[in-house]
Design a protein around this ligand. Sequence first.
Ligand code: UDX
Ligand code: ADP
Length: 462
Amino acid sequence: MPIQSICCLGAGYVGGPTMAMIAAKCPDIQVTVADMNGERIAAWNSDCLPVYEPGLDAVVQSARGRNLHFTTDIRGAIAAADLIFVSVGTPTKSYGIGAGRAADLRYVESAARLIAEVSKGHKIIVEKSTIPVKTASAIQAILAANSSAEATFEVLSNPEFLAEGTAVADMEAPDRILIGGEPTAGGKAAVEALVAIYAHWIPRERILTTNLWSSELSKLVANAFLAQRISSINSISALCEATGADVDEVARAIGMDSRIGPKFLKASIGFGGSCFQKDLLNLVYLCESFHLPDVAEYWRQVIHLNDWQKSRFVEKIVRALFNTVNGKRVAIFGFAFKKDTNDTRESPAIHVCRDLLREHARLAIYDPRVDAATIRRDLAEAGIPAELLDSNLEICADPYAAAASAHALAALTEWDEFRSLDLSRLYDLMLKPAFVFDGRAVLSSESLKAHGFNTFTIGQGF
Ligand code: UDX
Ligand code: ADP
């Protein structure tokens, strides 16, 4: 029987967009996204979606009300579904065994318990959340121990590889879809049922099927390799600054080697986002659990370098501003972890702003998509006391307001609009000497110099 009804638990950055795309591409399938967060569901049902992604509004509008539904009735959605995607959050554990490294699987576990409780008949359960290897077996055990006699399940792994900011394009034409299942007759049938959904718009040769553990591990390894490339080029950015080489030129030169390739070689103040650090930590924890300390140490260095890169950038700012930023206004351009998203999870901007506030700088932050409440919350969660936020943090509605009377400007996200800023206007607004610290090489260092700025660009130096 082909799948007629899908439900997805979790209406976050992964669940919402992926289900919208499936609904848009498969008008013959009913897709219901369920989340206990009523505010989030209300936003998905409104004209102001909770996730900013270029092109997503149109995808949602094409299917919502037809075969795409958002609800807080989680039980009802589970009961009606033939196939259930689990897209709940898997944050890094902050307490107890594995704190700071292992994934916190409590949302996955409670989702599995609820599925077991509500389900009758046969259902396919698909892990979409990024999860450590062998989570599928935990889900299977919970389902087996808690479900009624007439319920049967197959558990699949189907990791999501979309990147935020390009999610719609990534889902329209993914490099590959990965589906892991068990080599039993039931497992194979479940894999085929999920393949048939994606085959509505994705060529079969791009749909890869593997065993469960390969699929789960591949997701962690893909993110670890991508993060490793960024740490590699960021390590070289420091060497370029010291030697007079330009990291973008080095990246271009090495990227033309087809064995290396040109992507993910953009030096930055460090990678952010909800996945890279979490998945690296998971990988490290996994290696430690399987008594592979050297492998764990190897991957731990990727995170270490990333933290160092963020701290190094702050140090550059403080040293250049005559060793003190106390009381000085610093304009911050960009707070999101990358352009074209309103997501700030693990954004390197949080680390940089936190450290500048600890140096008692006065920050004037402008980001085209991140709202003031989110910025304030992130910095409070990073340990900045409320009084310091009250006195030293200003959120600005445009970049020029942020730059007014600033000693320095720091670009922390590579938003396209920063490429066409009016540099003379910025220069006139700022105190002199006017410093620019470009953590994303998003501004033209030549033009900045021509306008009179003292410029530091990541991977180029002063
Ligand atoms: C990543 C993976 O790319 C995606 O496949 C997975 O499903 C989820 O994690 P995402 O975190 O959304 O996606 O964005 P990505 O484009 O990978 O960027 C992550 C971070 O790396 C951002 O902070 C970005 O600015 C930074 N980055 C990326 C660099 O600093 N340099 C680069 O060359 C590329
Ligand atoms: P991601 O980036 O992986 O999509 P998010 O944190 O953005 O992660 O979204 C996860 C969502 O899952 C949250 O909105 C949360 O409320 C929801 N959630 C957690 N547990 C459950 C559950 N048992 N059933 C339905 N939704 C859940």
